[in-house]
Design a protein around this ligand. Structure first.
Ligand SMILES: [Ca+2]
Length: 276
C-alpha cells in the first residue's frame, strides 16, 4: 500500500509538471514571437520567404538611448528616444555614435517614432495622444497634433505619415493635420501580426520591428499582406543587450539598413536580400 500510495502520489504530480512545463514553453514561444497563431521558430512559408542578410558595418551607439525611432535623411542620422523624463529628439554622428544635437521632451511625454517629410521632423508619443512637428535644422517645435490611440513607430511614403500602434493596424495620416486617410491590417499566412513597432518605408513595402522578438517583418504598404521575414535575432552574436531590437533606417544611397535596439551599445549596417 505504501508503494502504491507513493506511485499514485508521484504520477499525477509528474504529469502536471510536464503539462505545465509544456504550456509554459508554448506560451513563451507565442510571447516571444509576439504574433497570433505563431509558435513555430520556422518563419518561412511558400508565400513569405525569409530574406538573407549580412552585417557590413558596426558603429557605436549611445547605450543611454532607449531607441524608439531611427531615420537616415540627407546623409544624416536622426533618432528618437523614449522613457518618461528621458525622451529626446537627436541628431547623431553615424561613425562615432556621438550626439550632435538634441532636445529633451517634457517629462510628461514618452517619445516614440519619428519621420522626416518636407524638411519637417514628426515625432509621436506613446500614450499621450500627441505628436510634434519640428524644424529639421533647428529642432524648433512648430506644431502639435492630437490623434487617437497609442503611438509606436512612424515612417512616410512621400505623401502620408505612416503610424503603428502595437496592433496589426497601420494608419496613414495627413502630415498637415494628423487626420487618418486610410488604414491597412498586417496579415500573414499565420494570421494577424501585432506588436509592430519601429517602421521604415522602402519602395512600396514597410519594414517593421516586431516588439520583443528581434524579427523584422516586410509587408506590402497598400494591402498589409506580409511579403517576407528577416530573422535578426542573432545579430548581436554572443553579446547581451539590455533592451530589445528597435530601430530601422534605410540608407538609399548605400542600399543598406541601419539597425539597433533600446540601450544597445552598437548600431549595425546591414544588407538585406529579399526573394521578392
Ligand atoms: Ca525608421
Amino acid at each position: 500500500m505504501a508503494s502504491n500510495n507513493t506511485l499514485w502520489s508521484r504520477a499525477p504530480g509528474k504529469f502536471w509538471q510536464v503539462l505545465v512545463a509544456a504550456l509554459v514553453i508554448c506560451a513563451g514561444l507565442a510571447t516571444y514571437f509576439g504574433m497570433d497563431g505563431m509558435a513555430d521558430s520556422s518563419l518561412a512559408t511558400a508565400g513569405e520567404p525569409v530574406c538573407e542578410w549580412e552585417t557590413v558595418g558596426s558603429y557605436n551607439h549611445d547605450a543611454d538611448a532607449f531607441t524608439q525611432g531611427l531615420v537616415w535623411h540627407d546623409q544624416r542620422l536622426f533618432e528618437s528616444t523614449g522613457q518618461y523624463g528621458h525622451s529626446t529628439l537627436r541628431e547623431v554622428e553615424l561613425e562615432t555614435g556621438k550626439v550632435i544635437r538634441k532636445i529633451d521632451l517634457n517629462e510628461r511625454f514618452f517619445g516614440e517614432g519619428i519621420a522626416i517629410l518636407n524638411d519637417r521632423v514628426f515625432q509621436v508619443t506613446w500614450r499621450e495622444n500627441r505628436a510634434f512637428q519640428y524644424d529639421l535644422e533647428t529642432f524648433e517645435k512648430q506644431k502639435k497634433f492630437k490623434y487617437p490611440g497609442e503611438g509606436w513607430g512612424l515612417t512616410h511614403d512621400g505623401t502620408s505619415l505612416i503610424l503603428s500602434d502595437g496592433t496589426p493596424v497601420i494608419r496613414f495620416l495627413d502630415p498637415e493635420t494628423f487626420e487618418e486617410q486610410k488604414r491597412i491590417t498586417v496579415t500573414s499566412d499565420r494570421g494577424l501580426i501585432k506588436n509592430l513597432n519601429e517602421l521604415e518605408y522602402v519602395d512600396g513595402a514597410i519594414f517593421a520591428n516586431i516588439w520583443q522578438t528581434g524579427i523584422i517583418v516586410r509587408f506590402d504598404a497598400n494591402s498589409g499582406t506580409v511579403l517576407n521575414w528577416i530573422d535578426t535575432r542573432d545579430i548581436l552574436g554572443p553579446r547581451v543587450a539590455p533592451g530589445v531590437m528597435n530601430g530601422i533606417a534605410w540608407i538609399e544611397e548605400r542600399q543598406s539598413f541601419l539597425l539597433t535596439g533600446k540601450n544597445w551599445p552598437l548600431l549595425f549596417e546591414v544588407k538585406v536580400d529579399c526573394p521578392h
